[in-house]
Design a protein around this ligand. Structure first.
Ligand SMILES: Nc1ncnc2c1ncn2[C@@H]1O[C@H](COP(=O)(O)OP(=O)(O)OP(=O)(O)O)[C@@H](O)[C@H]1O
Ligand SMILES: [Mg+2]
Length: 387
């Protein structure tokens, strides 16, 4: 977990001109406050209808089950009123958006929506938006803060501009942001969120304190899953939970989505088979059969067997490749054979992602397994000879 701290000098040329409550330009909330309030109340009533990822989105920093070092650092920044510009990056479903929303609630309390301009990939974020919308929001200052009681004037009162999914922003728009970030540091803090940090231009990266959100640890996902399982009264078996954790790969959003889908489809009992059937991922026992046949049967027999299993179980070739990869890790193979097979799996996965024919890739995979079996035999013989 990194936090390459590159703090910025908190001086800027921005002018504090008006009360910060006034602007949230893109959403037009100011016009229909009554309506918005009614809508929010309605939303609260229908919280049960929300997908579980939203229903169980952590609302405070303490609710986040991971990245305690990041939340602790951010909390210290907030308490000391020295929040720098932030750059959160990391794979999906690891809590980046949730962290910034929880931070906003922590800083502004109930008024957070008035003090935060949140722009994500669904909003236009071309260069005009940077020049107009972001600049006009940034040129006004916030005078209230929830830190220290809720109604006290904030000494360094700033608002937040959250640029979610910023890797989708054009380079020109990012370029235009450079000066805006510096110029309005007195009034606003930017929080830039993305999956791929290399898509953010270096000049912006150097203006922000960077935090990497790693995939969640299994036990962290498990802790949160247990909470949801209890609250929703799901009937999940131990092997079902293990399958869920394995398939989530550290992505909390994926774990919750799979759980909800399984709960809808298999209400009485969610076991390993149910989880794999629900997600369309090949069951480990099927993968074992496939690899066994590829290693031991003759080429065309194995090809026919695997193809028919693939059709009858509705497996996608890409899922099969990643299942075989997991299984391979549990097998004892001589290094040459393992390395060869891993390399081939990587190539086949890449080809599949570019839309190649599954039939041809299946035969290539079968060929690769056969070659690696030969390599394994050779290595074994060489080993015996050496003895
Ligand atoms: N650390 C966490 N603790 C608890 N729940 C989490 C955590 N991370 C993610 N979640 C769950 O996953 C959902 C998605 O999280 P979030 O939107 O914060 O992900 P993200 O990192 O912004 O992903 P993306 O890069 O796809 O935008 C949340 O609604 C929440 O239910
Ligand atoms: Mg997000």
């Amino acid at each position: 977990m990194s936090s390459d701290v590159e703090m910025e000098d908190a001086s800027g040329g921005g002018q504090a001109t008006e009360n910060g409550n006034s602007s949230w330009p893109s959403k037009g909330l100011d016009k229909g406050k009554g309506k918005a309030k009614a809508k929010e109340e309605e939303n609260e009533d229908s919280v049960d209808l929300l997908p579980w990822v939203e229903k169980y989105r952590p609302s405070t920093l303490d609710d986040l089950v991971s990245h305690k070092d990041i939340t602790a650092t951010v909390e210290r920044f907030i308490d000391a009123n020295r929040l720098p510009h932030l750059l959160f990056y990391g794979p999906p479903g690891t809590g980046k958006t949730s962290t910034i929303l929880a931070m906003a609630r922590r800083i502004y309390g109930e008024r957070w929506k008035n003090n935060v301009l949140e722009l994500n990939a669904s909003d236009d974020r071309g260069i005009e938006v940077v020049r107009e919308q972001i600049k006009s929001f940034a040129s006004t200052r916030n005078v209230f803060s929830a830190v220290g009681g809720g109604t006290t004037a904030a000494p360094g009162g700033y608002k937040l501009i959250v640029l979610d999914e910023a890797d989708a922003m054009t380079t020109a728009a990012q370029g235009a942001l450079r000066r805006v970030i510096e110029q309005y540091t007195r009034n606003v803090r930017f929080c830039i969120i993305c999956n791929y940090v290399n898509k953010i231009i270096p000049a912006i990266q150097s203006r922000c304190t960077r935090f990497r959100f790693n995939p969640l640890e299994m036990d962290q996902v498990e802790g949160r899953l247990d909470h949801v399982i209890d609250s929703e009264k799901c009937n999940v078996t131990q092997d079902g939970k293990e399958a869920l954790l394995k398939l989530s790969k550290g992505d909390m959003r994926r774990a919750l989505n799979i759980l909800q889908a399984c709960h809808a489809a298999y209400e009485d009992k969610i076991d390993e088979t149910a989880v794999y059937a629900c997600t369309g991922n090949p069951h480990p026992s099927d993968i074992e059969l496939i690899v066994g046949s590829m290693m031991n049967d003759e080429f065309s027999t194995s090809y026919n067997y695997v193809s028919s299993l693939k059709v009858s179980k509705g497996m996608a070739m890409a899922d099969m490749v990643s299942g075989i990869y997991d299984f391979l890790m549990t097998l004892k193979l001589p290094p040459t054979a393992r390395i060869y097979l891993l390399d081939q799996l990587a190539t086949i996965e890449h080809r599949l992602s570019t839309g190649c024919s599954e039939r041809i890739q299946l035969s290539a995979l079968l060929g690769a397994v056969k070659v690696s079996v030969q390599l394994a035999d050779k290595a074994k013989k060489a080993g015996h000879k050496a003895k």
